[in-house]
Every structure is written in C-alpha cells, then in structure tokens.
Design a protein. Structure first.
Length: 202
C-alpha cells in the first residue's frame, strides 16, 4: 500500500467496478447511489438491493468521520448488512467506531497507481432493523399497492403517509414488509443513479 490519499469518486468507482463485474447471487440486483433514509435524516452512498438490503458507506481519505455516529444509528435501522469502505487513513478508526456486525473494507492505490479493494472484516446480519424506517422508503403509491393486498387501498387513498405506514405495520409481519420494500425498490422506475446487475444465466 502507498500513502496516496483517495477521494470519494475514486473509491466509489472501484466499489462499483467490483459490484458490476462479479456475478450477484440473485437475479436483478440493483445498486442505488445516494439513497435518502428516514425521511432525509441521512443518505447512504450505495444501497445494494436483491434478496436483502446492503448498505455501503464510503469514507475516503479526504472525508472526516464527524457524521459517522449519526449515520450509523440510521443505517442500522434500514439495512440487513452494512459495509464501510475506507481509505487507508480511516482503517484503524473504522474498527473503533462501527458496530461489530458491519463489514470493513479498504480501497488503496498500489505503486502502479492501480486501485485495489480488500475486505478486512466480513459482514454479519443485522438483527435489529426498524420496520417503520424501512417502509418509509416506499412511495405513497407503492404503500397503497400493499394495502390493496388487503382490499384497503381505496380507504387510505386520501390518508396521510403516517396513517398508511401505521396500518401497514399492523397488517403485515416484519419479514413480509422487508420483502415488499426490496421488491418495490428493485422495480421502481426513474431512479437518478442506479445500476442494474444481472446474473450470468440471464
């Protein structure tokens, strides 16, 4: 490794290259850039959605970790697995700050100026997702489609989002809601920054 300071753009490009060039485990995986969470309280750098929701937070050598504590509390509510990808200068701090179930990886430059990605610690499953924070990712029309499964969409068409979310939490099991949200994120149109991954047998 060299003491070369990498910015967000370089690290992000390396992560996307890694994701796009390895076969995902399930079909129709999408990678969403800059996804707003918890009604705008935080924004994850990359969200990888397939059978589960994985968040990837980038902390480049040119970033600080000032916002990380708040980001962690929000990311923990939404994602099944989390990974922080850092430049060399933040590697030690990452182990001290992020939860034990988060994966930790590093992107660094070699003496040939090639970027390398290396996983330092594997991810584990988050057992404390917050259903409300997850369903807040739904657009209202998507939430109403869920209510239609119970023949209730017409009754809630003019209700507030809070009322719709509350009804969903009472009608569906957590696992069902998480599956529904992943589904809607994957089929949603008009994403600004989204990458589509397909398995090799497609």
């Amino acid at each position: 490794m060299l003491n070369t300071k990498l910015d967000d753009k370089l690290i992000r490009s390396k992560i996307l290259s890694q994701l796009l060039h390895k076969s995902p485990q399930s079909k129709n995986t999408i990678v969403i850039e800059e996804l707003d969470l918890c009604l705008g309280e935080a924004r994850i750098d990359l969200a990888v959605i397939n059978g589960i929701a994985k968040g990837i937070e980038i902390k480049s050598d040119k970033d600080t970790l000032d916002r990380l504590d708040n980001q962690i509390s929000i990311y923990n509510k939404v994602f099944d697995v989390m990974e922080i990808v850092v430049g060399e200068s933040h590697l030690k701090s990452a182990f001290e700050v992020v939860p034990e179930w988060w994966g930790i990886s590093i992107v660094y430059s070699t003496n040939t100026s090639q970027l390398n990605y290396k996983q330092i610690r594997k991810t584990k499953i988050n057992k404390a997702k917050d259903p409300l924070s997850v369903i807040q990712l739904l657009w209202k029309k998507e939430a109403l489609q869920l209510l239609e499964k119970k023949n209730l969409s017409s009754q809630f068409k003019n209700k507030s989002k809070d009322e719709i979310w509350d009804k969903l939490l009472n009608l569906f099991e957590e696992k069902e809601l998480f599956t529904f949200v992943n589904h809607f994120l994957k089929i949603r149109q008009n994403w600004r920054f989204v990458h589509q991954l397909m398995s090799n047998d497609d």
